[in-house]
Design a protein around this ligand. Structure first.
Ligand SMILES: Cc1ncc(COP(=O)(O)O)c(C=O)c1O
Length: 369
């Protein structure tokens, strides 16, 4: 095989950061693993039963591209009740990631710029590259909220979209409602597509969830079932936004993902009715357990959502600190994986309490060096 077989765009896609952590992980025996970006609980029983029933009934074929009516209508009713927008249409995607791929491919022209907040979810810059665009970063250190002046400073005639994620991966930050409002109004005023990744929507611990769609009717929202119901491997998500844009995304889905997995869409109907409040309060308690265990020795912005914490490394670069943690049997992820800056590291508290407690003990010991 010739190297020239590989497309130029793949040279700009580098997965080495996270891969290195997982390679190191494989060499450890019984590691304290606080690196995982998914819930630690299994899919709840009623949702599993709905998937089994769908298989047994024979619901195993392609579905319509936009998703089965039963699921779509349920989500549409809840989106309509929340926003009351005339032109807001729901469709079912293959995970939140599927929605992101479609949206960027349907909006970004070669050379267009997409604003992404740093730290960011690892996929964003790569998907912008895939769509032929250029990622423009806006720094959110040290408190991981949005400074509107910094956003205004990077806007150019080529700015096509702004991609916001709250609650956020990797920081656990929840963007304050007034900042989301300012951002939403700015996007509207400058005719920029505002995209909101809300996959951690249910994991808000200190205040109710807010979406920029409350302030800008044209916001395109991505959401999914992976995190709230432990369904990461089942690949179910949904998007909602202006009908004209959703129609284009459905058109592209028809010739790419085809449809979200049929069985999983049927299970999604049961998931939508499943009460996640017990899961969320358990994660709130885990957040407090980890924060209280680390706050005296680490510089941490207390996260208000998702299931991550993003403390500053107490010495060295984050990569150096994480390498030492891994040598001490603790798996965490260096901030450089999610950022242009290598000062912080991500801890996931989607884990058993005893794993979190062992992690706290190791981290406090390492901080003293
Ligand atoms: C911010 C963010 N968006 C999207 C995703 C992908 O979600 P899904 O499994 O629904 O594709 C993740 C998963 O880690 C995430 O952290």
């Amino acid at each position: 095989m010739q190297e020239s077989w590989i497309a130029e765009r793949m040279r700009h896609i580098d997965s080495s950061g996270i891969r290195k952590v997982f390679e190191l992980a494989r060499s450890l025996k019984d590691p304290v693993n606080l690196s995982i970006g998914q819930p630690h609980f299994d899919v709840p029983e009623p949702i599993k039963q709905a998937a089994h029933a769908a298989i047994d009934r024979g619901d195993n074929a392609y579905t319509v591209t936009q998703g089965i009516a039963e699921l779509r209508e349920k989500i549409q009713a809840s989106v309509d009740a929340r926003y009351g927008h005339k032109d807001r249409q729901v469709f079912i995607t293959s995970g939140t990631s599927g929605g992101l791929v479609l949206a960027l491919c349907c909006t970004v022209n070669p050379g267009d710029e997409v604003v992404v907040f740093d730290p960011f979810f690892v996929m964003y810059p790569h998907l912008v590259t895939l769509a032929g665009g250029k990622t423009v970063y806006v720094d959110t250190y040290p408190d991981f909220t949005i400074d509107l002046d910094k956003v205004k400073a990077v806007l150019t005639p080529k700015t096509k979209a702004i991609l916001v994620n709250s609650p956020a991966n990797p920081t656990g930050a929840v963007i304050p409602r007034d900042q989301l409002r300012e951002l939403a109004l700015l996007a509207h005023e400058r005719n920029i597509v505002l995209m909101s990744d809300e996959v951690y929507r249910v994991f808000c611990y200190d205040e109710p969830f807010s979406s920029p769609a409350e302030f800008n009717e044209e916001t395109l929202v991505f959401d999914g079932f992976s995190k709230a119901y432990g369904m990461t491997g089942w690949r179910l998500g949904f998007a909602h936004g202006p009908k004209r844009l959703i129609d284009e995304m459905v058109k592209l889905q028809q010739f790419s993902f085809v449809c979200a997995p049929s069985i999983v869409q049927h299970a999604g109907v049961a998931a939508w009715d499943y009460d996640t409040s017990r899961i969320v309060s358990d994660y709130r308690r885990k957040r407090d357990l980890l924060y209280d265990g680390l706050k005296d020795r680490f510089d941490i912005v207390k996260p208000k959502g998702a299931f991550y914490m993003f403390p500053r490394a107490p010495w060295g670069t984050a990569t150096e600190f994480v390498a030492e943690a891994i040598r001490n049997n603790l798996l965490i992820i260096p901030g450089r994986t999610f950022s242009r800056t290598d000062t912080h590291f991500r801890i996931s508290y989607a884990a058993e309490d005893k794993t979190i407690e062992r992690g706290i003990e190791i981290l406090n010991r390492l901080a003293k060096r």
